[in-house]
Design a protein around this ligand. Sequence first.
Ligand code: CAA
Ligand code: NAD
Length: 290
Amino acid sequence: MEIKNVTVFGSGLMGAGIVQVSAHAGYNVTMVDVEQDFIDGGMKRISASLKRVLRKKHENKDDADAEFETVFGRIKATTSRKEGAEGADLVVEAITENIDLKQELFKFLDENCPSHAIFASNTSSLPIRDLAKVTGRSDKIGGLHFFNPVPVMRLVEVIKSDDTSDNTHAALMTFGEAVGKKTVSCKDTPGFVVNRLLVPYLIEAVRMLERGDASAEDIDAAMKLGCGYPMGPMGLLDYVGLDTTKFILDGWHEAYPDEDLFAPSKLLDRLVEEGKLGRKSGEGFYNYKK
Ligand code: CAA
Ligand code: NAD
């Protein structure tokens, strides 16, 4: 099936990035969020990031400006989810990591998208089968797990549940490659490949801080300089969003209560309760307001 029209639900950190790389690859893209303010924020992020990418691509400013206009012109944004659903060949869901919200959206999409449309979730941690089961088209549903920041990170995990058809999986692999990513095919297991390894590491770093074994700055310096990671775990947690990390951890703890690696963290819970969500709120383990 040929994909021309892509609709992305969610204009946050991930949704905006997915919109950007899709439009840059030549797709007509509609971005949907629940409030105009969120859409405005997403459009601003896309504009800044796309300019950054194009400045590097073109020596000549006029060429960069011309491509910016072309790519930006392929993006439409709306708070009407019906408008987003109609005419979509592919829907990429990148809304808040919450199973109830996502299931409600998938049900709506099933009822309002063309029958040929395929759906992919960008979930970090939820089983694709739990989203697919509320629809009547589980063969047309898979996962496209992008990484933050989407325009820079070169990977997309393409998830095939037991119900995802070979055709759908192939179409999602093709789309991942078309938006310039290396695709890795994954089974529908918790956290797929990257987050099954990354999230326990990040949470172990929080526990280390909670025990007072080392400061946030020293934990980050140790992993950057000792392992060559571009960011330390505390900085990366702030970059990903502490709310998103808590959603992931809480979901896994509920599903696997005996697994110590997924146990809740009081410090993470407290920061989220205080609205300290990381870079997006201006404060997390570090303060970004200064
Ligand atoms: N848009 C476009 N370009 C961007 C960008 C953005 N949002 N952010 C950074 N860049 C580009 C810059 O232009 C720069 O390019 P050049 O080197 O060619 O000039 C390059 O990326 C590096 O940027 P900076 O110099 O500003 O900063 P940096 O060197 O510290 O890199 C970073 C920033 C790319 C984010 C880097 O720190 C990094 O790779 N961090 C780790 C990110 C990571 O691990 N992401 C995965 C998170 S986990 C996840 O996503 C899964 C999940 O489900 C939670
Ligand atoms: P975010 O909080 O930055 O953005 C989520 C957006 O979804 C918000 O703008 C919110 O208003 C919107 N939204 C909520 N319900 C909606 C609905 N019903 N319809 C339309 N929009 C709705 O979150 P994010 O970091 O972009 O994460 C989005 C998804 O991507 C989550 O599933 C997350 O687990 C996953 N993810 C996150 C990262 C990361 O590093 N932050 C990386 C990979 C995957």
